[in-house]
Ligand binder design. Structure first.
Ligand code: FE2
Length: 247
């Protein structure tokens, strides 16, 4: 089976459309590691698309916040403003869809898993060595896709050794990785809608479970259109500015 794996779309419809178009014909199923909404101006369009097109989904922390399952006490004022806007904008049907999204880990093909933050805590950020080592110990599958950090890349574990596989380089559009039997992998496909690795392009991954080939991709999209819609919708303009810098 060939999978398109996306994460952290964050209501960025233009980025999502570009990712789907660029991968046309290259996948059989679409999987998403959560955070469908918040930050950008198309939460309903993105939820509608996911309901129609995703074969497996899990919830992210922003999905929980925007449907009232979680509070926003630890969010900064900018993020709180976006949550309030998104809650007002979501249709009742999409709010309910977000409320019943499954919590990761979710198994795919009984072979690999999706999580939002980490295998041991859906809200944990896999950024530092202690959390990454704890995640390795909690892995129930040799291959786990995660999101949440908005940083594309992977960690490969060979025995006791762990190594970083970086994001797609700024002057390239893809990084091809051959999954090695016996090794363990934590893979972040990158954020579709709000990358934070200083590359404005939408991130995604293709994984072929037959050939064991994994491809990290970066896709250009109509960034000015997304930014215009953020500003025109009444969301904080800073949410548009940060997209330019990939932050
Ligand atoms: Fe996110």
């Amino acid at each position: 089976m060939r999978y398109l794996i996306v994460s952290d779309i964050h209501a960025n419809l233009e980025a999502l459309n570009a990712v789907v178009a660029a991968n046309a014909g290259l996948y059989d199923q679409i999987l998403c590691c959560g955070d469908f909404v918040d930050y950008c101006a198309s939460p309903n369009e993105v939820c509608d698309w996911a309901r129609d097109n995703c074969n497996a989904v899990i919830r992210g922390n922003h999905d929980k916040a925007c449907c009232g399952l979680d509070n926003t006490d630890d969010y900064n004022p900018l993020a709180q403003a976006a949550v309030i806007w998104t809650m007002k904008t979501l249709t009742p049907s999409n709010t309910e869809w977000l409320r019943v999204l499954p919590k990761g880990p979710v198994w795919i093909e009984d072979a690999f898993q999706l999580v939002h933050g980490s295998p041991f805590d859906e809200d944990e950020y896999l950024l530092d060595v202690p959390e990454i080592l704890r995640a390795r110990q909690s892995m129930q599958a040799p291959l786990v896709f995660f999101g949440h950090t908005h940083l594309q890349g992977a960690i490969q574990f060979h025995g006791d050794q762990g190594g970083m596989i970086p994001a797609v380089a700024l002057n390239e559009s893809a990084r091809v990785i051959q999954i090695q039997p016996g090794d363990y992998y934590l893979v972040n496909p990158g954020s579709v809608g709000q990358p934070r690795d200083r590359d404005w392009r939408a991130g995604c991954a293709l994984y072929d479970s037959a050939s064991q080939e994994l491809v990290l991709r970066r896709i250009e999209y109509d960034l000015p259109a997304t930014q215009r819609r953020i500003v025109e919708s009444g969301l904080p303009p800073a949410l548009a500015d940060r997209l330019t810098r990939g932050q």
